[in-house]
Write a protein that binds this ligand. Structure first.
Ligand code: WT7
Length: 579
């Protein structure tokens, strides 16, 4: 495998104006790109739908997809949809074990994968991981063997003719005509696994009509999509953001989109803005973690590019701290572009709390108001609905079209997880504050709430206060059990490039939080954390940090960690003294 070989995905994007097209291809390397029109995509999808049928895939069957961010991934998912098969995409950063778990749970009979790809400088051998996952699943279960499990591989690597079939060979002979399979509105469209707060991942299931309607509508209104716009969402299709706002929502609107295979920091930290200028991106959607990462390098890498095409900036994935919001708005958007802070979940299918750009007055850090048809409420611990300014559990009072329908294969778990705690409400698991103007502010997962001396504190609030300090790039706060207070505040801080950690800075940071929130929120411990344990999607694993803070070595399942060496380092340098 060489980088050159992966150039297969690439060619130049030169298209007649006003013909809707997806410009699918910004590869990992800056010079590598390709363009595909809607017509070409349809042909590819029909061909691949015929390939799936030739492999015996029928309506209702599950198909696992484990692929990098290339157009073939979109082709594969849409081909499943076309024949009524249920795709289950597994993020290409997941380990063999996680893939195996998802293959078994979804009881799929086909896995679609690729030989490998580069993430920045690093080669990821997907096919080898897929082989490993398959081996593991054979050990756990006989179902794969008995149902004739196949791996359909894109490109060729170690090959087992009894199991492996080649994408290219089958596509070559496939017809471009494939009538879509007629489906009921409530037939399943896909399964996407999301981590449960404890244990096994949940197969969140979405259905055909409601999901597509909801993603199409939210895409159009939340990004104010207009003909001529070029839209770019930097998420990976392996997550719900990519499902809803790279594939289904934009494509249902005939939008012109950029699909990006690479990293925001490769080959350098200007990459995002280089791409924005290259394709004249007008609507841009990314995550706070990416913004904070780039903030560390200052404004110069941003100012190298014009970014004058940009019109709307979106954010998703976690509460955006006001400092990152301001940087996004001021530096990236040159104070011209409304920021849409979109709150939603794998389970909600699409945006549920969000501003509409230029129509909703913004407050940095607030996801503002519910989308049409969504009715939020804030409940206290006893399930009583709170009115006016208040803080508590964020729930929804009535369903909306894009809401998940079940946990695949475990409807009981669906009911228990989302509807049991407060009967009659959908429970998000997030804490939320409503201010006097009726704006909603997500305070973070309720399981990330801290109780210090009887006061409820949100980790996000403390983190935001820390990050406001000029030395700090990122912060993560967890509770450490405390004999008197219940919990004490243990803060991990990643400093900006070139700043060094010392006692004076520590004192300043404590003071800063004390000033921003109050004495009750004064951190008990601050640990210098050059790296934080993150999932491959960029979420900080607070569960792991809590263990580090209290020196518990039994970390449980850390298979979703992007870099496990970070954890050892943090254990070594932890703050031990009691407060
Ligand atoms: C959780 C859902 C939705 C796509 C990506 C994550 C947090 C998401 C926001 C936001 C504050 C947010 C919540 C939510 N979250 N967007 N704009 N402001 N928090 O999908 O992995 O299902 O995670 O992400 O905590 O519950 P997910």
């Amino acid at each position: 495998l060489t980088k050159t070989r992966l150039r297969l995905y690439l060619c130049m994007p030169l298209l007649p104006h006003n013909i809707p097209h997806i410009s699918s291809g910004q590869g990992n390397e800056p010079g590598d790109d390709l363009t595909i029109t809607y017509k070409e995509l349809l042909h590819q999808v029909c061909k691949f739908a015929n390939v799936l049928k030739s492999q015996g895939v029928k309506k209702g069957d599950r198909v696992s997809i484990y692929m990098p961010m290339v157009i073939e991934l979109v082709v594969a998912m849409l081909a499943c949809a076309r024949i009524g098969a249920v795709h289950s995409i597994v993020f290409a950063g997941y380990s063999a074990e996680s893939l195996c778990e998802r293959i078994l749970d979804s009881q799929c009979t086909l896995l679609i994968t690729a030989d490998g790809f580069y993430r920045g400088d690093k080669l990821i051998n997907l096919k080898l991981i897929a082989d490993d996952a398959l081996q593991k699943s054979l050990c756990c279960s006989v179902f794969c063997l008995s149902s004739g499990f196949h791996i359909l591989c894109f490109h060729q690597v170690p090959w087992n003719p009894e199991v492996d079939v080649c994408w290219h060979t089958l596509m070559d002979g496939a017809s471009e005509d494939c009538e879509p399979e007629w489906c009921e509105s409530e037939d399943p469209l896909f399964i996407l696994y999301t981590s449960g707060s404890t244990g096994k991942p949940k197969g969140v299931m979405h259905t055909v009509s409601g999901y597509m309607l909801y993603t199409a509508l939210t895409f159009k209104l939340v990004f104010d999509y207009q003909p001529g716009d070029v839209y770019w969402c930097t998420a990976d299709i392996g997550w719900i953001t990519g499902h809803s706002y790279i594939t289904y929502g934009p494509l249902a609107n005939g939008a012109t989109c950029v699909l990006f295979e690479g990293l925001p920091t490769y080959p350098d930290v200007s990459r995002m803005w280089e791409i924005v200028d290259k394709y004249h991106v007008t609507k841009f959607y990314t995550a706070p973690t990416a913004i904070r990462l780039l903030m560390k390098y200052g404004t110069e890498p941003v100012h190298k590019y014009k970014r004058d095409s940009l019109k709307v900036l979106g954010t998703v994935g976690e509460p955006i701290n006001p400092e990152a919001w301001q940087w996004y708005y001021n530096v990236v958007g040159d104070k011209r572009c409304p920021v849409v802070d979109t709150f939603w979940q794998t389970e909600t299918g699409g945006h549920v709390l969000t501003p509409l750009p230029a129509a909703t007055p913004m407050k940095p850090g607030s996801a503002t108001f519910p989308f049409f048809g969504v009715i939020p409420a804030i409940l206290n611990e006893s399930g009583e609905e709170l009115e006016g300014p208040s803080e508590g559990y964020l729930v929804f009072k009535q369903p909306w079209p894009g809401m998940m329908r079940t946990v695949y294969g475990n409807h009981d778990r669906f009911e228990t997880t989302y509807f049991k705690k407060f009967p009659g409400f959908y429970v998000t698991g997030d804490g939320c504050r409503r201010d006097k103007d009726g704006y909603y502010w997500i305070t973070g997962r309720i399981d990330d709430m801290l109780n210090v001396s009887g006061h409820l504190l949100s980790t996000a609030e403390v983190e935001s206060a820390l990050v406001e300090h000029e030395a700090v790039a990122e912060a993560a706060v967890v509770g450490r059990p405390h004999p008197v207070k219940g919990e004490s505040l243990y803060c991990f801080v990643t400093l900006n490039d070139g700043v060094s950690y010392n006692k004076a800075l520590e004192a300043q940071l404590k003071q800063q939080v004390r000033e921003k929130i109050g004495a009750i929120a004064t951190p008990d411990y601050i640990q210098n954390a050059p790296g934080l344990p993150k999932t491959r999607s960029g979420k900080i694993m607070r569960r792991v940090l809590r263990k580090i803070a209290s020196n518990e070595r039994d970390l449980g399942d850390i298979s979703t960690l992007a870099d496990s060496s970070v954890v050892e380092q943090l254990f070594e340098n932890r703050c031990c003294a009691a407060v």
